[in-house]
Design a protein around this ligand. Structure first.
Ligand code: D54
Ligand code: ZN
Length: 276
């Protein structure tokens, strides 16, 4: 398990490219036959990828957590970014196609991840947050979720946002998660930008071509920094960091949050003349 300690904006403003990437960019999560996890001390979120081949991959016990099993004190969601797979949770099987998600509550002991076809394995994204109460497991298919249309062609930010776990239909302790897809010809996400000092948020970018990149904007709005992000790489946004970006083509991203409150709409919008 890759462990990243929390950072603060007074130090982060001095980071160069390598240090920014080492602290906030998560790469190499989707490696065939492996389950790779990153533990961030920003709101103690865990994010990771699993690409099961012929053998299922299982969540185990991890020393940074010091619990008997992964979800003993945590809740977890698994989002399928491609391929088809099955999440088995204490004997219950959840089949996931592309863009389907399963939420698993605190106390789920045995979690195994498998692919329907090892030749086209499932690329499963995992996001987990500390929990204090057990909520039931729920499978959410993309077709169950109503899309919210955002943006305009003139601003090159036409996109569809889907909230899978936000406390309305699926209840969680603090985990909120969904994904946003940019329309062809649109490249900007989350502009005008925002922060939400009450929550950490992670973006996993996917559906990028091999030569496409997203220039992800982070940092305090008045002192922005950027990360050049490739397909299936994630960015950890501490509570003080804005999170926005523009791609060399359209793309999708899974957003996931945890923190103080449980209100998707709680954002502090940044006026254009505050950005620097
Ligand atoms: O706090 C919420 C998140 O940053 C995202 O939901 C924003 C987003 O998907 C978008 O504007 O495209
Ligand atoms: Zn946000």
């Amino acid at each position: 398990m890759d462990v990243r300690f929390a950072t603060n904006p007074d130090d982060a403003r001095h980071y160069g490219t390598d240090e920014l990437r080492r602290r906030y960019l998560v790469q190499g999560m989707f490696t065939p036959g492996e389950l790779r996890l990153t533990y961030s001390h920003q709101d103690r979120v865990v994010l990771g990828g699993a690409v099961p081949l012929a053998e299922p991959l299982r969540l185990g016990a991890y020393d940074p957590l010091r619990t008997a099993y992964f979800a003993e004190r945590r809740e977890l969601a698994v989002f399928c970014t491609g391929g088809r797979g099955t999440v088995t949770a204490d004997g219950a099987e959840f089949d996931l196609g592309p863009r389907d998600l399963v939420y698993l509550g605190m106390g789920t002991r045995e979690i195994a991840l498998s692919s329907a076809d090892p030749a086209d394995p499932a690329r499963l994204y995992l996001f987990s947050t500390p929990a204090h109460q057990a909520h039931p497991a729920v499978l959410v298919r993309e077709s169950d979720v109503e899309g919210v249309e955002l943006g305009s062609p003139d601003n090159a930010n036409v996109r569809t946002l889907r909230k899978y776990v936000d406390g309305t239909t699926v209840r969680s302790c603090q985990l909120m998660m969904g994904y946003t897809a940019l329309a062809p010809g649109s490249v900007w996400n989350t502009m005008p930008a925002h922060t939400h000092v009450r929550r950490t948020e992670c973006y996993l970018y996917f559906d990028l071509g091999p030569d496409d990149r997203v220039l992800h904007l982070m940092g305090r709005p008045e002192e922005s920094r950027h990360l050049v992000v490739a397909d299936r790489e994630a960015v950890i946004s501490p509570s003080w960091s804005m999170h926005s970006g523009a791609g060399t083509a359209n793309y999708s991203f899974v957003w996931a949050m945890a923190g103080e409150n449980y209100d998707f709409a709680d954002m502090d919008h940044v006026a254009m003349d505050e950005l620097r």
